[in-house]
Design a protein around this ligand. Structure first.
Ligand SMILES: [Fe+2]
Ligand SMILES: [Fe+2]
Length: 155
């Protein structure tokens, strides 16, 4: 099966320590995360909930920027994404966005925080560690916003 946003997200759990390739995968996933949230926001007929989703999306892009910074620190020179890493992952969307989908996103974001903190625990560079922890903490905030979306949608 061709890799997509969901399969790459699911594969992150098996990454114990971050090497450059793993960080590039995370960069691509975070950029795609912005797109994912915008696609969701386009599919719900509620402006308040859509804005919460778009806010998460903007922060996913900021996460990608932090990963780019972490890569530059790790490599000792300015990191630039290759054409492949710059390309967003395919994000197949269901015809209907259901509460179950949002519940899955809540769990995915919480797992995302746990993953970042676990990588940070093993990180030797204090600056990189800090960037990872910042990203992680915001993933939990994303989970809270998606819970709020469920509330707004009355699910
Ligand atoms: Fe993120
Ligand atoms: Fe997130």
């Amino acid at each position: 099966m061709e890799e997509n946003f969901y399969s790459v997200s699911a594969s992150l759990g098996s990454i114990a320590t971050l090497d450059v390739a793993a960080m590039e995968t995370i960069y691509r996933l975070e950029c795609s995360g912005e797109q994912f949230y915008n696609l969701l926001a386009d599919r719900i007929g509620n402006a308040e909930a859509a804005e919460l989703l778009r806010r998460n999306g903007r922060e996913e892009l900021a996460h990608a920027r932090r990963i780019a910074k972490a890569l530059s620190i790790r490599l000792g020179h300015e990191w630039e994404p290759s054409a492949e890493v710059s390309e967003l992952l395919p994000i197949p969307m269901p015809d209907e966005v259901t509460p179950d989908l949002f519940r899955g996103i809540v769990q995915g974001e919480l797992n995302g925080d746990a993953g970042y903190q676990a990588w940070a625990d093993k990180e030797e560079d204090p600056e990189v560690e800090k960037l990872l922890r910042l990203n992680g903490r915001e993933e939990t905030i994303h989970a809270e916003r998606v819970r709020k979306v469920l509330e707004i949608l009355g699910a």
